[in-house]
Design a protein. Sequence first.
Length: 93
Amino acid sequence: MSLEHFNDKIDVSLSRIEDIDNTSLLRKIKNLKEIRLSTDIELRAIADKTKISMKNLKSIERLELEKLPSEPWRNSFITQYCNFIEEFNSEDH
């Protein structure tokens, strides 16, 4: 792998990290947490279904995304968390 190719991969990874910290994502997570709490979805149920650890789910809900594993796990965990609550909420209504 050339140094230029390696630098390009680093740039892509950094841009993904920056994208994950955007305000709209943080707002979405906060809103979904509120939905989860108001509909009595247990965090344990999300952990059991998605196989994401409680520690990582708590980091998502605390908006401490820097404590999550690096790409691609970070985006996967956040996506699964969001999808679980959105699907549960759409089935409920």
